[in-house]
Design a protein. Structure first.
Length: 392
């Protein structure tokens, strides 16, 4: 908490983070330094705070310190709320230079005596608890604790058991990088869709056991940390070694190997963000680098059903939440660093495995936008599995 001329700055709540100071009072000018994991660039992203003692109608100026080298992932619009329930986007900000220092500046007129401001739409363990409680009204949804973090916080998860004899196993997880809150929102909305009366949702859950982990790196989320590139490595990287570093990763790997043993590891998606300013996209190895023929066939089939296209300068010109692209990357199998790469090497030969970059930081990156992205992906998954397109 920081008090200055009756204005209070607070970050002492779940996901509250960053260093915020008042540099001027008339008008109020705030300087914001995002949380820093110490590796510059994308390791210095997240901020979320509360201002108290304001006058309705008062203008505030939020200056985000760009730093040297400049931080990554600056949002054109920040999020604001008066109750941490309903959120909206500020006006589009702009680059400014003040006394030789580079900032990205947002200007906002407040309508209450207090306001919350955040890098992106926050998603905290309370949201995950509410989701799991709502989904658990369905008899075949089973909540479980994945594990405890190093700091003894609960990592919540749930299993949607197939209504009939399960033919497929699907593992969906989000927030290996804590600042990527949009990833949890897309998975949250997908879970709600899966529990809905949509015909394709019903068909998918008829035949599939679906595992959902809304937040992987709970400690970093609660503590208001960026999470990405935390030392010695974060929850998405180095899955090929030292699983004991993070209880969350070790436990997930154990579950996935258990599904492999029963030939039930058919799809793995690790939800991340921010993605491109234009479209969400999958990170995936080049097709020829996939270790098994069934993986190559299944990936192509699924991407065709999704009507996914290779990310290119041309496809980047579009702007959509529902047109999901894919981006092929070089893969060093000796250092199979990321989660989806480890899954491709160590689980079933038929498994389709991606990291999905949801497109945060765009005007469409609202809860309704995340919902449309989730449903588009969910319907494609249903068409793929229910219509027996998946080669086991």
């Amino acid at each position: 908490m920081n008090a200055n001329n009756n204005i209070l700055i607070k970050t002492d709540f779940d996901s509250g983070g960053g260093r915020i100071s008042i540099v001027q009072h008339k008008p109020i000018i705030l300087e914001v330094i995002p949380h820093d994991e110490g590796q510059s660039g994308w390791s210095k992203v997240w901020w979320y705070f509360k201002l108290q003692g304001l006058e309705p109608g008062q203008e505030i100026i939020i200056r985000l310190v760009k730093g040297e080298p400049e931080i990554g992932g600056i949002s054109a619009q920040a999020y604001f709320s008066y109750d941490q329930i309903s959120w909206a986007l500020t006006n589009i900000g702009k680059d400014v230079v003040v006394d030789g220092k580079k900032y990205f500046e947002y200007i906002h007129t407040v309508k209450n005596h207090e306001i919350y401001l955040a890098y992106d739409l926050p998603y905290v363990p309370e949201h995950a608890s509410t989701l799991i409680e709502e989904c658990s009204r369905f008899e075949r949804v089973k909540p479980f604790q994945l594990c405890e973090t190093k700091k003894k916080r609960s990592v919540q998860a749930m299993k949607m058991e197939a209504n009939k004899k399960a033919k497929y196993g699907i593992w969906l997880q989000a927030r290996a990088h804590a600042f990527e809150s949009g990833a949890s929102w897309v998975l949250h909305e997908m879970a709600l869709w899966l529990c809905s009366n949509d015909a394709r949702a019903i068909q998918l859950r008829n035949w599939s056991d679906i595992y959902i982990v809304p937040i992987v790196d709970v400690d970093a989320v609660v503590e208001g940390r960026t999470g990405k590139y935390q030392l010695p490595y974060d929850h998405w990287m180095n899955w090929h070694t030292e699983p004991e570093l993070w209880p969350e990763v070790a436990t997930i790997k154990s579950h996935l190997l258990g599904l492999k043993s029963s030939n039930m590891m058919d799809m793995f998606i690790d939800f991340h963000g921010p993605g491109a300013k234009s479209n969400p996209f999958f990170l995936t190895p080049f097709e020829q680098d996939l270790p098994f023929e069934k993986q190559r066939i299944n990936r192509k089939t699924f991407l065709d059903i999704l009507q996914s296209e290779l990310m290119s300068d041309e496809t980047k010109k579009t702007h959509s939440m529902t047109h999901i692209l894919y981006s092929e990357r070089t893969w060093d199998k000796v250092k199979s660093s990321s989660s989806h790469e480890w899954v491709l090497l160590h689980t079933n030969e038929s498994c389709v495995s991606f990291t999905l970059e949801v497109n945060m930081n765009t005007p469409l990156s609202t809860r309704s936008g995340y919902r449309s992205e989730a449903i588009a992906l969910g319907k494609a998954m249903s068409d793929y599995f229910v219509n027996n397109q998946h080669l086991k």
